[in-house]
Design a binder for this molecule. Sequence first.
Ligand SMILES: *Cc1c(COP(=O)(O)O)cnc(C)c1O
Length: 390
Amino acid sequence: MFGIDADSRLKNLTDMGLFRHVNVYSSKQDAEIVVDGRRYINFCSNDYLGLARHPRVVSAFQQASDTYGVGSSASPMICGKSEAHEILEQRLAKRLGRERVVLMSSGYMANLAIISALITSRSHSVFMDKLCHASMVDGAVLSRARIKRYRHADPDALKALFEADQSAVKLVHTESVFSMDGDIAPLRLLADLCSENQACLIVDDAHGFGVIGDKGLGGLDYFCLGESDVPLLMGTFGKALGVYGAFVAGSNEMTELIVQHARPYIYSTALPAAVAAAALEALSVQEQETALRTHLFSLIDRFRAGLEAAGIYQSLSTTPIQPLIIGSIDKTMNLSQVLLQNGIFVTAIRPPTVPQNSARLRITLSASHTEDQVDYLLEVLCKHFPAERR
Ligand SMILES: *Cc1c(COP(=O)(O)O)cnc(C)c1O
């Protein structure tokens, strides 16, 4: 119909094992969730600190919806920005040691906003890690800049691209913790290389913020980097902070440029005030309850030690994201099914989310898991992990 060919395109996805199913849950987001009436231990959520159901965060959300209502009613520049937004921006700027923070509706929109606001010519260049998140790629596409991808986490590859580039504006965009592999970008080396080449380094800290670094403030905290190393920092509230939304942090000038020029900021309804209030409370809980991170990292060590003891292939990741790369789509789907049958929820990640032949189970650990739950996961994995991947 209409030349769109929906039938054959959908059938094609099914034939290739790439048709995806959207699961619906009916419980609180916690270490255990109920899906289709069955209870599972959840090992694929990004709620790394278990804050999505934290009583203080939930209560902040409830109180703020009494105060402000549930919808923000307009974009930030019309009448959608509340005092709750303002307080969160100021508190976060202070905590991150930045001049200013601007809230965005989501991480996806923040990435569209940043790149498209900074680029003013098709002759400008955006350099990106090969494994960057789809939203970063889409931001670069929207900006119409020249896009140059460098080999994953490889500063030498970036250097070679710089040497062949004459653009007046060079932006470099990387994740801190890579979303599907859990490894950490060499931010210190990238920052040095960028400053030698007058390139602006932008870090997407979606999976680092709240978790890694001395204070758990993310990739910059982890490498002790500041504003001069990474002029623009993007982070989200939907992962370790357990809420929703995102932010961009930087100098007054750079952030104002984004406010003035970013269409995803100007033409979209603001984050609800109650969401901002919940994120603010989550930020306090993250700061005060340091035991959450201690527990999380001890679970990561426990899981990795368990895999090693069982002789199962291990990634280098030391973050809550622990990929088990299987390769074959069928085998990955099978293992995911076996885990489901054993009451463990881990969805398979397939191309194009990850490169061809690298289908995987993306296991994520959270402070809300117990040691027993991690041991049970290991027990089931050890029993069913494909022999040729050991
Ligand atoms: C999840 C994610 C985003 C998108 O953030 P949302 O707030 O979920 O839209 C952006 N970048 C990376 C690296 C992510 O993992």
